[in-house]
Structures are given as C-alpha cells and as structure tokens.
Design a protein around this ligand. Structure first.
Ligand code: FHN
Length: 417
C-alpha cells in the first residue's frame, strides 16, 4: 500500500463511446452525467454501438496525456477500461465490442498509456464496471434490451465467469504492471462472488490493489469514499475520494460548472488531511482532447504542488482530532505540520502541540512570527501564528522538534479569522 498512501493525488479518466456523443443523442441532451446517456435514453444496444463510428481518437497521444498528468502533480492514473455501457476501451478477444475492432481510431489506448506511464513515474490503474454491463443480458442495468426476469443468478454468474474474468485476465496480463483495479457499483454481487473476483485478481497480479467498490460489505485494499464527498472525520483505513471537476464524469461540452483551482485544492486538502487520496476526474472528448477548462485546472494544481508538494505527498492527518478549520486544513509529515490556508486568518491559534516549535514559514514565502504558550498542569498548549498578508491559497510549514506529540483532544485550532 505504501506507494498508494504516498501518492495522494491521481487522475481518473472516463473515456468511452459516450465521449463521442458528449451527452447528446438524436438532438436530445441528457440532463444527467454523459456516460449514463445509454441508460437514461434507453438506447437499444444495436443503436448505441453505432456511436463507435464517430469515435476517432485522432488527437489521442499517450505521451501528452502522461505529461499532463505528471505535470499536474498526479502520481497515478485510473482509466475506464470498460464502463457500464460494456464497451471495452482495449483490445479484447472476448468479442468485437471494443475500441480496436469497432472504431475508426482502431488503436488500443490502454496499451499506449501502459507504455508511456513508467517514463513519467505514473502508476496505472483500470476502472472496470463488473456488475453493470448494458451490453450483456446476464449483467445488471439493461432492462430495455433484456427482460429483467432473464437476469437470473445463473445468468449473472455466467457473465462473471465469461466476460468479466476473460477481460480481467487480458487487463492483468497484457498491460505490464497494473497497480489498481477500480471496480464500481457492486449492486447485486454476493460476498462469495466478490471474494472470488478478488482472488482471481490476486492470482494474476498479486501487487494490484482492489478498491472498496468491489463489494461494499468490505473495504478490500482501500476504501472508495462516495463520489464528490469529503470525509467528516479521519479515515483509519487506506482511503480514496474521487470527484469531478465539473458535474459529468464523461465528456459533456455543455457542462461548464467547473470548480476553481482553489476549490479543487481545498477538496485535496480536505481529503489528505483526513488520510484519503484524491482521484480527480477528466472526461476527454471522442477525439482524445482534454477540455480546455480541465487543462487550466491541471496546470493550476501542478503549479501549486511544485511549490507545496511536501504538504501532500506522504502526508497524512495530524494527530489532533480536528483537521478542518474555517481558514483551511492541516496535514502532517513526520515532525512538520502543514497549514493549508484558503483564507488568511491573520492571527492563527492552534492548540495541542506539546513539542517545541522550531520554525514557521509560508512555503516559498515569508517567515511567520509565532509564540507558544503552555500551562503544563492543564496539558494546555497553544501555538499562535501572526500570518503576514499573502495571496491565498498558501501553506505554512511548522517545524516541530521531533515527531509531533500532542494532546489529541485539544481543539486543534481557532482563530479570529
Ligand atoms: O455510475 C458511475 C458513474 O458513471 C461514475 O463512473 C462514478 C465514478 O465514481 N461511479 C459511478 C457512480 O458512483
């Protein structure tokens, strides 16, 4: 798990046939996320597959994607190898319903990404929709082509033993080191079926991590938090939160609800200060372009992390109970505390540190004057920082003598700000 817990920041990519449609079907636009278009419009599978002819991928360049990912400060990538529509974004011998056989693009993007990833120090993971598959009669989801009463336990098991295992074997044997298998929407899977899939993955790729959405009754290798949710307390198990930059996971050109860079950084801080990774989604279009708004956000995170990365990589929640404050969040690495400030509190009081504080400074900026006050008989310790005017967001590094020793139940911090 150590690479995963050090990495803290990864890219999620939703890329599939739906990317070529951008949420529109026969002049109608889905009000929902674009990758659910087939289900929301109950598009017959025979018609949906015609979308393949407009998936050109002509601007796809694995090296460019990897440069963007690494440049944004991300350490791993999880890309849809098969989303709920059942379309394989890799060369699968299971059937022709895949990107190589059916689209004018005709290439295997996962192969090209697997080739480029090591050069950029990016670990590769595959999203795989294991229960929903709208192209298969025995899988969950498609009740417009296949009657619900045909979805028997036997049919579902046959789907798992057939398509799912066949394709997982391909993914885990043809693409070098796969670091994560990211399952989603476990729905009807039983404990035994989930365990069997996990064992299947372990046998083929012992080091590949499996996320908690394999089956919600267990957390598996790491817990997948809810979409676009922040934990409200520290995670005690390796965890990851995933989120969108706008609303849709798949490409949807009409969705301009992009968060700002400080908002994205605030989500990042909210997650890592609770011990969770951040998997941030991009939905490229059918030609393989990242939306320009997404590129601007990724440049912004990269720029921030080139300066402040020490507050993120290998960092975790501080030992204090509270990690979230009105001005921002606190992370910790060894004897250093990092105060991610999204508004300047002016005077910042932080309670509970028993160590002697050696220095406080804005990373890449000014020193922060501070004083410590304690009443040992009450185990009362307060660090007061007088934060100079500086543009937000910024991070204050507080160096303590030795590893942090604290009164974990101290308030953590309060401030006038
Ligand atoms: O239904 C999917 C959705 O399309 C998207 O893939 C997200 C990403 O976490 N997962 C499901 C909903 O939770």
């Amino acid at each position: 798990m150590s690479w995963f817990e050090n990495a803290r920041f990864g890219m999620f990519i939703h890329w599939g046939l739906y990317s070529a449609a951008g949420g529109c079907w026969k002049g109608m636009e889905t009000p929902w996320v674009s990758e659910w278009m087939m289900s929301k419009f109950r598009i017959p599978r025979a018609e949906y597959r015609t979308l393949a002819s407009s998936f050109t991928g002509e601007n796809f360049d694995a090296e460019r994607w990897m440069r963007t990912i690494a440049g944004a400060g991300m350490k791993y990538l999880v890309i849809t190898s098969k989303h709920h529509d059942g379309f394989a974004m890799f060369d699968s011998s299971y059937d022709d319903y895949n990107v190589v056989r059916l689209t004018p693009f005709g290439r295997d993007p996962l192969k090209e990404l697997a080739g480029a990833a090591p050069k950029y120090g990016v670990k590769l993971g595959f999203y795989y929709s294991h229960v929903q598959d709208w192209n298969e009669p025995g899988a969950a989801g498609n009740t417009w082509d296949f009657p619900q009463d045909a979805k028997t336990d036997e049919a579902f098991q046959a789907y798992l033993d057939g398509k799912v295992k066949h394709q997982l074997r391909e993914l885990l044997t043809n693409y070098g080191d796969v670091s994560v298998l990211w399952f989603d929407m476990p729905g009807r899977i039983s404990c035994e079926q989930a365990r069997d899939l996990r064992d299947f993955v372990r046998d083929l790729a012992p080091r590949c991590l499996v996320n908690g959405r394999l089956d919600y009754r267990q957390k598996w290798d790491f817990d997948s938090l809810g979409d676009n949710l922040l934990p409200f307390e520290k995670c005690t198990f390796p965890s990851e939160g995933c989120g969108t930059m706008n609303e849709s996971w798949g490409y949807k050109p009409s969705d301009h609800h992009y968060r700002t860079v400080p908002e994205i950084l605030k989500t990042m801080a909210g997650l890592v200060s609770c011990n969770a990774n951040y998997l941030l989604n991009v939905g490229p279009d059918g030609m393989g372009n990242f939306p320009p708004e997404a590129c601007r956000i990724l440049e912004g995170t990269g720029e921030f992390l080139r300066r402040n990365g020490e507050a993120l990589y290998g960092a975790s929640a501080p030992p204090m109970v509270s990690t979230a404050h009105l001005w921002g969040n606190v992370t910790c690495r060894g004897g250093d505390l990092y105060f991610w400030c999204f508004r300047n509190p002016g005077r910042l009081d932080y309670y509970g540190i028993r160590n002697q504080v050696e220095s406080a400074e804005i990373i890449g900026g000014e020193k922060v004057p501070f004083e410590q006050y304690s009443r040992d008989e009450y185990d009362f310790h307060r660090l007061t920082m007088f934060v100079p005017q500086t543009p937000t967001p910024f991070v204050i590094r507080v160096k303590c003598k030795g590893d942090i020793v604290c009164d974990p139940y101290a308030y953590g911090a309060s401030s006038k700000g």
